[in-house]
Design a protein around this ligand. Structure first.
Ligand code: CDP
Length: 796
C-alpha cells in the first residue's frame, strides 16, 4: 500500500511555490551590501576621467589630502608601487586599476578618496587636479583599424595596432564550395548596439581587513564569489584561506556583476592600508559609463540557398568592439564567446564565422548581458538573417523555418560550428506558437489592412541557447574548469540546509533548490534552507551567469540529494532489520518490498544517522557533490510578435506577443514564467528604446536614465506564455534545461522582424536597433535601410 507523498504539496518539482526570498524583499528586510555597516567603516569615492583618450601629465592630490575627514587618496602611482596599478582580466588581457600613463575611456578610474563619509570623499575627489593632454579618439571598429589610428593599448609590448584578436571557426573552404552551388545568396548587415544590463543595484563592496587575524572579508555584489576570491588571492598575493567573499542579497546582475572592477581592488587595498573597513557604493552614472557593457558588434553575413528553400551554408563576419580593455568573461577557448552557437536549430551542412575584436576608447564591453556568452548576438543575427532569406526566396516565414529545422529524429545533432545538441521539438514549438498567434488569420488581416494603408507586421524568432557551461573538458575561465557544486546537510530532525557555489541575484534559487531536494528526498521544501554566496561556507563553484545555475548547480543539488538517499537507504535497512536489497523507495519513505506497510520516513532515517546508526557507519547525514555536466543543455523557444506601425510617425505598437519556451522539466513553473516575462521585457527594451552611444570625442551618451531608457510596466506589452512543449534534457539528472536568459536572447529579433515585416514591399530590409520612431519613419519615408551605427559629430 503506497504512502507516497504528494510532490506538489511538499513543494517538489512542478510546484509553483511562492518565492521564499520575497518574504524578506517585500518587507524591506533584504540585506544588500549598502545595508551593511561595520564599526569604524570609511567610505570610498572614485574620480573618473572626463576624457576618452588623454595622456596624464600630472595629478595633484594635495588639496584633497587637506580636507578634514580624508584618510587616504589613492592614485595610479601609489597603486604601481604595490604592483596593483594594472590587474589581469578574465580574458587574458590587463586592465588599469587606476590610470597611470593615459586614460583610455571616459569614466575610467583615475583616483580614489577614502574619507569619513561619502560626501567628504566626493568633495575631495573634485579637489584633485589632473592635467590631461588630449589624444585622438577611436569610437568604433572601423576607426580602430583605419590607417594612422592611435594605438590605444600602447602599454602593451608588441601591440602595434588596435586589433585584439582575429578569430575564426567553421569550415571556410567547404562554405566557399557551398556558396558556389547556391541558387540564391541572401545578404544582411546589422549592428547590435552597445547596451547595458543596468541592474537596479549598482556595484558595491565593503572590504574589511583585520590585521589581528590577517583575514580579509569582502562583502560585494558579485555573481561569482569564488572566482573573485581566487582573483584577489592571485592579484593581491594574499593567502586564499584568509580571504572571505560574501555576496549578500544582490539587486540584479544580468552579467554586470561578473567582471572584477577597479573599485573592488581599490577598496581592498585601502582597507589593508588603513586597517579599517572601506565601503564603496557605485553611483548610477558610474555604473552606466564604466561597468559591464554588452553587445556592440557589427554583423555581416550571407546565406547560400537552394531555390526550394533549403539552406546550404552560412558565412558570417563580425567586428566586435571591446572597448579599452578586453575584460569580458568567457570560456578561454572561445574569443567571441558562444557566438558560433548561431544556427544550431537549423540543419545546415556547413558554415564559417570570423570575428575581429578591436580596442576602442570606450569602457570595456562584451559582457554576457543576460546571455550565454554572446549568444544573444548570435540569435539576433540568425533570426534576422532567416527573415531576410525567406523574403529573398519569396517564401513564407514559418514554412522556411519549418523546412530547415533540425527534426526530432535527428538528435543528437552536430551543428555547423561543432556543438552537439541533444534534444528538442522545434517544429512542435513553432506550431504551438503559430496557432496561438492565429497565423493564417493574421496574414489575411495584414493583407486587408495594407489595402487601407495600415501597416501590420508579424515577426517570428526562434532561439536555442547553449546553457550550463562546462563540461570541464572544453570550458574554463582563466584555466579554471567550469563545473559546480552543492553541499547538503540533513539535521537529525529531518530539516536540511543546502549550499551551492552559484549565487542568485533575483532568480529564486532559495526557492527552487529546495524543490529539487524535496523531489529527491521527500523532505518538504519548507524544511530546507538554501544558502549561497559565502566562500567560507559554500562549496566551490563558478557562479551564476549564462543561465548555468540549473544546468550545473541545480544538477549538483540533485546529485548530492541522491548521495544522501543512498546513505539513508542503509539506515532504513538497519531500522527495518532487512537487507538493503529488500528496501524500496517512494517519495519521502523507504519500505520493505514484500511488506509495503512497514517503512520508515526520511526524517526517521535522519534521526537514526545521529542516534541509531549501524555498527561501523560514519554518523551524520551530509555530503557534497561536484557536478561536471556531460554537455550543455539546449532549451528552445519560439517567439512571435505582431505589431502595427503608424506610417505617419514611425511609432509602432505591439499587438500580441506569444512565447513558447521548452526548457525541459520546469522546477517551478511560476518562476520560469517570471524569467520569461523579464526576458521579454528586456528584449522589447533593446528592440524599441535602448542603446548607449558615443559622440566623436568618446563622450558616453546614455550615462543616465533620461538618455538610457528602461521600460516600465506602462510601456511593456502583455505576453502570452505557452508551456505545453516539454523535452527533458537527456543528461540532466532531473531533465531540466536553463531558462533565465532565453527570452532576452531570442526576443529582440521577434520585435524587429515584426516591424520589418510591416514595411514589406517598401524596400526596407533593415533598421538597426533600437527601432525608435524617427528611425522607422525615416525608413518609411525614404524607403531605405537605417543604420544605427554611432553618430559622429563634426562640429569641431
Ligand atoms: O543561472 P540562472 O539562475 O540565472 O538561470 P536558470 O538556471 O535558468 O534559472 C533561473 C530560475 O528558473 C531559477 O530559479 C531556476 O531554478 C528556475 N528554473 C526552473 O524552475 N526550471 C527550469 N527548467 C529552469 C530554471
Amino acid at each position: 500500500m503506497s504512502q507516497a507523498l504528494d510532490e506538489i504539496k511538499i513543494g517538489g518539482l512542478g510546484a509553483s511555490r511562492k518565492r521564499v526570498e520575497d518574504n524578506r524583499f517585500i518587507r524591506g528586510k533584504g540585506n544588500y551590501t549598502d545595508d551593511i555597516t561595520l564599526p569604524g567603516m570609511l567610505h570610498m569615492e572614485i574620480l573618473r576621467s572626463p576624457l576618452a583618450h588623454a595622456r596624464i601629465v600630472s595629478i595633484d592630490a594635495s588639496k584633497a589630502w587637506d580636507i578634514p575627514g580624508v584618510h587616504l587618496v589613492l592614485t595610479g602611482e601609489m597603486m604601481a608601487t604595490r604592483n596593483l596599478a594594472w590587474m589581469p582580466t578574465l580574458s587574458y588581457d590587463t586592465q588599469a586599476v587606476l590610470a597611470t600613463d593615459k586614460v583610455r575611456f571616459q569614466g575610467q578610474e583615475v583616483a580614489c578618496v577614502i574619507a569619513d563619509d561619502p560626501y567628504i570623499a566626493k568633495d575631495a575627489c573634485e579637489a584633485i587636479e589632473v592635467e590631461y593632454e588630449a589624444l585622438p579618439v577611436v569610437v568604433n571598429p572601423e576607426q580602430a583599424v583605419a590607417e594612422g589610428a592611435p594605438v590605444i593599448r600602447d602599454d602593451k609590448e608588441n601591440q602595434q595596432d588596435n586589433v585584439i584578436f582575429d578569430w575564426e571557426v567553421g569550415d571556410a573552404a567547404g562554405t566557399d564550395r557551398a556558396f558556389e552551388q547556391a541558387d540564391v545568396i541572401s545578404k544582411l548587415k546589422l549592428h547590435y548596439p552597445r547596451c547595458h544590463p543596468s541592474p537596479i543595484e549598482c556595484c558595491a563592496s565593503i572590504a574589511d581587513f583585520n590585521r589581528a587575524t590577517s583575514k580579509l572579508t569582502v562583502y560585494m555584489t558579485t555573481q561569482a564569489p569564488h572566482i573573485i576570491r581566487a582573483a584577489v588571492a592571485l592579484v593581491a598575493e594574499l593567502p586564499e584561506h584568509m580571504i572571505r567573499i560574501i555576496s549578500p542579497d544582490i539587486g540584479g546582475g544580468f552579467g554586470n556583476k561578473v567582471p572584477v572592477y577597479p573599485g573592488y581592488v581599490c577598496s581592498i587595498l585601502a582597507s589593508i592600508l588603513l586597517e579599517r573597513p572601506v565601503k564603496w557604493i557605485e553611483d548610477k552614472t558610474g555604473n552606466l559609463i564604466s561597468t559591464g557593457f554588452a553587445r556592440d558588434i557589427y554583423l555581416d553575413g550571407e546565406m547560400a540557398l537552394r531555390r526550394d528553400g533549403k539552406i546550404l551554408a552560412v558565412r558570417m563576419h563580425c567586428d566586435s568592439d571591446h572597448g579599452a580593455f578586453f575584460s569580458d568573461a568567457q570560456p578561454s577557448k572561445f574569443k567571441i564567446g558562444l557566438l558560433h552557437s548561431a544556427f544550431a536549430a537549423y540543419d545546415i551542412p556547413v558554415a564559417h564565422l570570423s570575428d575581429r575584436g578591436t580596442y576602442t576608447n570606450k569602457a570595456p564591453g562584451g559582457v554576457a548581458y543576460r546571455c550565454s556568452f554572446r549568444v544573444t548576438e548570435a540569435m539576433f543575427f540568425q533570426e534576422r538573417m532567416m527573415q531576410a532569406a525567406a523574403d529573398d526566396l519569396g517564401m513564407d516565414q514559418a514554412e522556411f523555418r519549418r523546412m530547415n529545422f533540425v527534426q526530432d529524429d535527428q538528435f543528437p545533432h552536430r551543428t555547423p560550428f561543432g556543438f552537439l545538441t541533444d534534444s528538442g521539438q522545434y517544429g512542435k514549438c513553432l506550431e504551438v506558437g503559430l496557432k496561438a498567434i492565429g497565423y493564417e488569420d493574421f496574414r489575411r488581416q495584414q493583407a486587408e489592412a495594407r489595402k487601407r494603408g495600415r501597416l501590420l507586421g508579424l515577426g517570428i524568432s526562434t532561439m536555442t541557447e547553449p546553457l550550463g557551461a562546462g563540461n570541464s573538458r572544453e570550458y574554463d575561465i582563466l584555466g579554471i574548469k567550469m563545473f559546480d557544486s552543492a553541499d547538503l546537510k540533513v539535521h537529525m530532525t529531518g530539516k536540511a540546509i543546502v549550499r551551492t557555489g552559484a549565487k542568485t541575484q533575483g532568480q529564486g534559487h532559495e526557492t527552487t533548490w529546495a524543490q529539487i531536494v524535496a523531489h529527491e528526498l521527500g523532505i518538504p521544501a519548507e524544511d530546507i534552507v538554501v544558502e549561497e554566496g559565502d566562500t567560507d561556507t559554500a562549496p566551490f563553484g563558478m557562479g551564476t551567469y549564462a543561465s548555468r545555475s540549473t544546468p550545473v548547480a541545480g544538477a549538483a543539488v540533485a546529485m548530492v540529494s541522491r548521495k544522501i538517499r543512498a546513505k539513508a537507504r542503509k539506515l532504513a535497512a538497519h531500522l527495518l532489520e532487512v537487507s538493503e536489497e529488500d528496501v524500496e523507495w517512494e517519495l519521502g519513505r523507504f519500505y520493505i518490498r514484500s511488506a509495503p506497510d512497514r517503512g520508515v520516513t526520511i526524517q526517521e532515517c535522519a534521526m537514526a544517522a545521529y542516534s541509531n546508526m549501524p555498527d561501523g557507519m560514519e554518523p551524520g547525514l551530509e555530503n557534497t557533490a561536484y557536478y561536471d555536466p556531460p554537455n550543455l543543455t539546449w532549451p528552445f523557444a519560439v517567439y512571435i510578435v505582431t505589431v502595427e506601425v503608424d506610417p505617419e510617425t514611425g511609432v509602432w505598437d505591439v499587438l500580441n506577443t506569444v512565447a513558447v519556451d521548452d526548457c525541459g522539466v520546469r522546477i517551478n513553473p511560476m518562476i520560469v514564467e517570471g524569467q520569461i516575462m523579464g526576458g521579454l521585457t528586456e528584449a522589447y527594451a533593446m528592440a524599441s528604446m535602448q542603446f548607449i552611444t558615443f559622440d566623436a570625442d568618446g563622450n558616453c551618451i546614455g550615462s543616465n536614465y533620461m538618455d538610457y531608457l528602461l521600460p516600465t510596466a506602462w510601456e511593456t506589452p502583455g505576453f502570452e506564455l505557452h508551456s505545453e512543449v516539454v523535452t527533458p534534457c537527456p543528461h540532466h539528472p532531473i531533465g531540466a534545461k536553463g531558462i533565465g536568459e532565453c527570452a532576452a536572447v531570442g526576443g529582440p529579433a521577434a520585435f524587429v522582424n515584426a516591424v520589418i515585416d510591416a514595411l514589406s514591399g517598401t524596400g526596407v530590409r533593415n533598421i538597426d536597433m533600437p527601432l525608435l520612431p524617427d528611425r522607422v519613419w525615416e525608413a518609411i519615408t525614404h524607403r531605405r535601410d537605417v543604420s544605427g551605427g554611432p553618430p559622429v559629430r563634426s562640429d569641431d
